[in-house]
Design a protein. Structure first.
Length: 569
């Protein structure tokens, strides 16, 4: 296919990346450990770990895992927020030749049981705060080895002991649990230090991660990501960021980049763009365990001159409206990647005005490791698109029969490139539904490509609202409502209507306490054509979100349907 987007690439960004330079993610990590040994790799609660520290601890953890009898390809689940044990565990599991299964630490017992059973995990490394969940299901799974981490494990003495005491006994964040024969994280490291890590021959096609989809679109499935997939996306992301990193208007490139890792490491966005890209480039990551705690987040960031800040629209919005965040020094900020959900124009404009750094919106999925497209990082113009295909990536817009559509036609976004998953774990039937015979992954998202190669996403198929035969895309409605100065957050859904089939309802979190339904409807009348305008407005104190911060329209829709909600007569 003709790659029309290449002529619009920023200067210095290659059309292709060379993923053959590493045999595996382990070779990428071990290169970083040697090259940047004395550099700080992670900061957490004012404690900093060097690349050498991560090297030493992950080697010990890998040796301990092997000593438990875990063989190449064995699955090891990680269930933690952003604590320093997480990157140590990722490196340790991979160095042992095993597969990382990332688990949302806020899962219910039912969700955890499904993921552990589906993946066939033989071991789990879990923060003790969530051990009570594991206790309820471990007997129904194949898990034989449990490593218990605690918040203060790697903070040193006496700080670590104080933090653990406060977390356990003052804040009471560790519910009672009983997991027999569990090994403490520190003990696993100590025992592993006296053992030898056996080198495991890994190749591009070996599985590195099972990255489970969020479950908001049905049964949670494991996207099988190989070493090739993830290496490719790290290198694609690195190449794409170079124009901003080397922006002469910002002065000489920093000797060491500092990332804000507020996205959870169990999510593919943070895993690739913060953890692994950071390791590849010798960057330091500031680990934020709970980004919803804005004062703690601001305090953690304030100590450093930050350069890279990947986030979702809701976090950018919350911080842009935080007076304390506004006091920080943004002079070093070079790249802000927006993903996971649409970046709203009002948020992008406020963030740019506050920080001087644009939000470069991109697009991807767990199935694409994740990045597939991104806006150029050498511009501060808000495009309203998800940008251009990444290096070594092709995008096609397909009709319902899987045939390519002409430029400008709406259809399903399909992605082909080295970052596209090998398939869904043990689900060839589900894999067949999303992969075309010529290797394109069908995303389930509706989009348009223009003559420059820019892609605009107009929504997921299932979120589309049908009003009197006209398609209404919630993103468009939300973008308009969010631009009202009295609105903090919003979400649009379709609800049944006898007259038009469906009508548009919008949920609003106020910024201005005096905002009324009349104000919102009048504003929409000015900015949206008739059939797109909301007919119902409901004000809420907050909106349901995933732990990544993505607003859950489906939850709102289910609530409305359960109430039998429809337009008042």
């Amino acid at each position: 296919m003709e790659r029309i987007w290449l002529k619009n690439y920023p200067a210095g960004v290659p059309a292709e990346i060379d993923n053959e330079q590493y045999e595996s993610i382990v070779s990428l990590l071990e290169e970083a450990f040697q090259k940047y040994a004395s550099r700080k790799a992670y900061s957490f609660m004012d404690k900093e770990l060097t690349f050498h520290d991560v090297d030493t601890m992950s080697r010990s953890l890998g040796a301990w895992l092997q000593a438990q009898g875990l063989k190449k390809g064995a699955r090891v689940a990680l269930m933690m927020p952003n604590v320093p044990q997480y990157p140590v565990a990722i490196a340790g599991v991979l160095r042992a030749g095993c597969v990382v299964v990332n688990v949302n630490p806020l899962y219910t017992p039912r969700e955890l049981e499904h993921q552990l059973k589906d993946s066939g995990a033989e071991a789990i490394i879990i923060l003790e705060n969530f051990a009570t969940t594991l206790q309820q299901v471990i007997g129904k799974t194949a898990v034989k080895h449990v490593v218990l981490a605690s918040m203060g494990d790697l903070l040193g003495f006496p700080k670590g002991a104080i933090v653990n005491f406060v977390v356990r006994h003052v804040k009471k964040m560790v519910p009672p649990f009983e997991v027999p024969n569990a090994t403490r994280f520190g003990d696993a490291l100590a025992r592993g230090a006296g053992q030898t890590l056996a080198a495991v021959k890994l190749a591009h096609d070996d599985v590195a991660f099972l990255q489970y989809t969020g479950g908001t679109t049905g049964v949670s499935k494991g996207a099988t990501l190989t070493h090739r997939n993830v290496i490719s996306n790290v290198l694609q992301s690195e190449a794409w960021m170079q124009p901003a990193v080397n922006n002469p208007k910002k002065g000489a490139p920093p000797e060491q980049l500092v990332f804000v890792c507020a996205l959870p490491l169990y999510h593919i966005f943070a895993l690739t763009v913060c953890c692994l890209l950071g390791m590849r480039g010798g960057a330091m990551n500031i680990l934020i365990p709970n980004p919803r705690d804005l004062p703690a987040t601001v305090k953690a960031i304030a100590k450093y001159k930050i350069h890279m800040f990947p986030a979702v629209n809701t976090l950018y919005n919350a911080l842009a409206n935080s007076p304390d965040f506004a006091k920080l020094d943004f002079s070093g900020l070079r790249v802000c990647n927006g993903g996971g959900m649409a970046v709203q124009k009002a948020v992008a404009e406020k963030w740019l005005k506050l920080t001087g750094c644009p939000i470069c919106e991109g697009y991807g999925l767990s199935e694409t490791s994740p990045s597939a497209t991104c806006n150029p990082t050498d511009t501060d113009a808000y495009s309203g698109t998800i940008g251009l295909p990444m290096p070594s990536t092709e995008i096609a817009i397909l009709d319902d029969d899987g045939k390519p559509l002409p430029i400008g036609e709406r259809g399903e976004i399909a992605i082909r490139g080295p970052q596209v998953m090998a398939g869904y774990w043990n689900r060839p039937d589900e894999t067949a539904k999303v992969m075309t015979p010529d290797g394109f992954f069908k995303s389930g998202d509706i989009g348009i490509m223009d003559e420059r190669g820019y892609v605009k996403i107009v929504d997921r198929k299932k979120d589309m609202i049908l009003v009197s035969g006209f398609n209404v895309y919630p993103n468009e409605v939300e973008d308009v409502v969010a631009s009202h100065p009295g609105v903090l957050e919003c979400a649009a859904i379709g609800i049944p209507d006898a007259k038009s089939g469906e009508l548009v309802k919008v949920y609003v979190v106020r910024k201005d306490p005096g905002l009324t339904e009349k104000d919102v409807l009048k504003y929409c009348e000015e900015h949206l054509t008739g059939y797109k305008r909301p007919k119902l407005v409901e004000f809420r104190d907050d909106l349901p979100k995933t732990n990544v911060g993505k607003i859950l329209r489906r939850t709102l829709r289910d609530e409305a349907l359960a109430k039998g909600e429809k337009k008042a007569a």
